[in-house]
Design a protein. Structure first.
Length: 512
């Protein structure tokens, strides 16, 4: 009787800890979703989902060059509410659901570990928090990767799979493929893993996968054209670059460092990790028995080869389908390591990662703004502008989030060209020569120049230097203000020496 009571008490305590992890995640994501400004990608989501399901599907395929499910779902979600917080709530709930699923996933894939620790680490992970407050598809991708792992194990790795488990997996595969094409790499990795761990279930897997493939077949005529569009824009990376980039993304997911462009820091971390594992000597036999390690290894390999052959560049957010598998894999490896003191390495790792996560979150969200800081930028312009002072915006895509918040009398002019919402082409936003600038810059005695964003994207150079040279040679600066990721200048045509200030003075720096 006592043992039953103790067992019940342990279960209750673990439930409370799991609820605390979920509560911590929501305590982080809900306020941020409410206060952060949108940025250019989120402005695209607003436009794509603004005119109903049919338009959302058409724009997702033609303009966004993405799988359509998220945009269709968001167009329906908007019928219940149209505020930024409510729209982001969809992503918040996706990440919260992932946190809820993690203890069960850990029980299946990392039985020697503690699923509550995994949930706690993910709950405050900067990438998970970022995805939760993003009005884009990435939180749904993370959730779908977790559901694919859950249904795969229940359908094909259990001794006695439950009735309907394979059907549930097939349904998840269909939803996943219509959410993001890269999730196919995770499905392929599961197929490869099954060959090594449970070949007897291969027939069931092929039937489930075949049914999902049939449901996805209508998209097969569309996907190659979408891939070709991005392949034609960016110079294709080498296979070595692709692998290094993907490895760096995986490290970023599991070891959040509060350092901008921390490539050198990650190299050091890899060296330290290799040395630590050499000393600790984890059980390779135990690691080999964990299917999550195989799934993640195959997924990384398929992802690298697939994106290399497609010639596309992969950013951190594009590989969101790998976040949950990579996290579980790290825990699977660490549970086989016991330190000389007797403590499990996974406890120390979890404490370190959570501390780094909190520090990184503070550093990232201290301005209480996403890059661009468009709420404050719009407020500044409306407080200081006069009629007849157009607002030129470079990079051109940033005119979209600014227009969402700006309510003043002056027109917004993207430099060098506005987004046409027909087919996304990043080359439209590149300044090629001075003649293009002369044609794009507003014809006015004075105007506002708003500059924001990176000067490069992969191999694409947007032309920041050309713009700055043009401004220096032809205009005087009337005022100059800095925000989080944005600079605002009032420019007046110079009749004498360029670069001299006019009489209008404003503060140079605005703290968020």
């Amino acid at each position: 009787m006592t043992s039953v009571s103790q067992l019940s008490s342990v279960k209750t305590n673990r439930l409370w800890v799991a609820l605390m992890a979920l509560g911590a995640n929501l305590a982080l994501t809900l306020p941020l979703a409410a206060v952060l400004n949108i940025w250019q990608d989120e402005a695209y989501t607003l436009q794509t989902t603004s005119r109903g399901v049919g338009y959302a599907f058409h724009q997702a395929i033609g303009f966004e060059q993405n799988a359509p499910l998220y945009f269709v779902a968001m167009s329906l979600w908007r019928h219940a509410g149209d505020g930024i917080f409510f729209l982001r709530l969809f992503s918040v709930l996706c990440i919260a659901a992932t946190v809820v699923l993690l203890p069960g996933l850990a029980r299946r894939y990392v039985p020697a570990g503690d699923g509550i620790l995994v949930a706690a680490v993910v709950a405050c992970n900067p990438f998970a928090v970022w995805a939760a407050v993003e009005l884009r598809v990435y939180a749904l991708i993370v959730l779908m990767s977790a559901l694919l792992l859950r249904t795969f194990f229940d359908a094909f790795m259990e001794e006695n799979p439950r009735k309907g488990a394979a059907i549930a997996y097939a349904a998840c595969v269909v939803v996943a493929l219509y959410t993001q094409y890269y999730l196919a790499f995770l499905v392929a990795a599961q197929a490869a893993t099954l060959l090594f761990y449970n070949r007897r279930a291969m027939v069931s897997f092929v039937l489930a996968g075949g049914a999902a493939a049939l449901a996805f077949a209508p998209m097969l005529a569309i996907v190659p054209g979408q891939v070709q569009n991005f392949k034609s824009i960016f110079a294709p990376p080498s296979i070595v670059q692709t692998c290094i980039n993907l490895a760096g993304i995986g490290l970023l997911y599991v070891l959040p460092l509060p350092i901008v462009h921390a490539k050198n820091a990650y190299v050091v971390c890899v060296v330290v990790a290799v040395l630590a594992l050499t000393v600790a000597r984890p059980s390779l036999k135990a690691i080999g028995r964990s299917p999550i390690v195989a799934i993640t290894g195959f997924a990384l390999a398929f992802f690298a080869v697939g994106t290399y052959l497609s010639g596309v560049h992969v950013l951190d957010r594009h590989a969101a389908s790998l976040y949950v598998p990579v996290t579980l894999t790290v825990f699977a490896v660490l549970t086989t390591v016991r330190l000389p003191s007797g403590r499990r390495a996974v406890l120390l790792w979890s404490a370190l990662v959570m501390a780094l996560s909190v520090f990184t979150l503070v550093r990232t969200y201290r301005p209480l703004a996403k890059p661009g800081d468009w709420v404050r930028v719009a407020a500044y312009l409306q407080a200081h502008e006069q009629h007849g002072e157009p607002i030129a915006v470079f990079e051109a895509e940033n005119a979209l989030p600014l227009a969402y918040y700006y309510g003043g009398p002056n027109r917004i002019v993207p430099i060098p060209h506005a987004v046409d919402f027909q087919r996304y082409d990043i080359r439209r936003f590149v300044i090629h020569d001075e003649a293009e600038l002369r044609a794009a810059v507003p014809v006015a005695g004075q105007f506002w120049l708003v500059t924001s964003g990176e000067c490069t994207s992969a191999n694409v150079q947007f032309g920041c230097h050309q713009l700055e040279d043009f401004v220096t040679q032809r205009y005087r600066i009337g005022s100059d203000a800095q925000f989080f990721g944005t600079r605002i200048r009032l420019l007046e045509r110079s009749e004498g020496r360029p670069g001299l200030p006019t009489d209008r003075k404003t503060p140079k720096k605005f703290a968020p």
